[in-house]
Design a protein around this ligand. Structure first.
Ligand SMILES: Nc1ncnc2c1ncn2[C@@H]1O[C@H](COP(=O)(O)OP(=O)(O)OP(=O)(O)O)[C@@H](O)[C@H]1O
Length: 241
């Protein structure tokens, strides 16, 4: 059992749509370490966002238990959430957006996050003056400024071009290595999962979860046979091969 992180037991979630019920999860159990990068991978509509919303307390489960332990003690974790759209306030500058939820943030902390996300030169810019990757960096800095126990990211780079996306994936690894914070990263992109994950949780068509652990360091060559084979296995689990 993990020492720090989310422990999810027998989770059930359904949505009522008019007189009908849509079951997203009927009984899933999993562990998400609080000190690693865990990628939740699955096809569109399989329930990735729903799971993330439950972890971040934006939604509730119907049955089951979701707890977070820190060195074996149950705690209510502080979570930082990054969405696909940056959700920045257009009338605030970069530095004002970052400190918006952390009114007590001093300049030292603000500068730490600006520097970590390479935003120093843009601290007085408005969101309309930023590229997509820059806006992403601001929303990550904002989530980190809250000093969360764990960072939850819901397809944060889906709208970015290939090169910016690769850069941002490396940023996630950098943040994880610098802050030692756990990251839960939702994507439907297998290459993205293989590039950044310590652990991949595949949500299968039958809604069971298949787990893969990657023990490799982060200078990964996805063209080598280990990753090519792993990708085939994951595609198979997703029912795509
Ligand atoms: N508020 C809601 N009311 C009714 N149904 C919902 C609601 N939220 C999600 N669903 C349904 O639950 C299922 C899971 O949705 P969810 O957004 O979690 O999937 P996802 O894997 O994140 O998809 P995508 O990759 O397309 O974002 C979908 O069938 C969706 O239509």
């Amino acid at each position: 059992m993990i020492k720090t992180g989310f422990i999810i037991k027998n989770l059930c979630k359904k949505f009522k749509i008019e007189d009908d019920e849509h079951i997203v999860f009927s009984d899933i159990s999993l562990e998400i370490p609080g000190d690693k990068i865990t990628v939740i991978l699955g096809e569109s509509g399989c329930g990735k966002t729903t799971l993330l919303r439950i972890l971040s307390n934006l939604d509730t489960s119907d049955k089951g238990e979701v707890s977070y332990i820190d060195n074996k003690h149950k705690i209510k974790p502080k979570v930082g959430v990054v969405f696909q759209e940056s959700r920045l306030m257009p009338w605030l500058t970069v530095k004002e957006n970052i400190s918006f939820h952390s009114k007590k943030m001093d300049d030292k902390d603000l500068n730490k996050y600006l520097s970590m996300m390479k935003l120093e030169k843009f601290k007085n810019s408005y969101p309309s003056e930023l590229s997509g990757g820059m806006a992403n960096r601001v929303s990550i800095a904002r989530a980190l400024s809250y000093n969360p126990d764990i960072l939850l990211m819901d397809e944060p780079f889906a709208a970015l071009d290939y090169f910016t996306r690769r850069k941002m994936q490396k940023e996630v690894i950098n943040i994880h290595e610098k802050t030692k914070k756990g990251v839960v990263f939702v994507t439907h992109n297998i290459d993205e999962a293989l590039a950044i994950a310590d652990k991949i949780l595949v949500i299968k068509k039958d809604k069971s979860i298949k787990e893969f652990i990657i023990k490799d360091d982060y200078s990964r060559d996805l063209g080598n046979s280990y990753y090519i084979d792993l990708k085939k296995i994951i595609l198979n689990e997703l029912g795509e091969e």
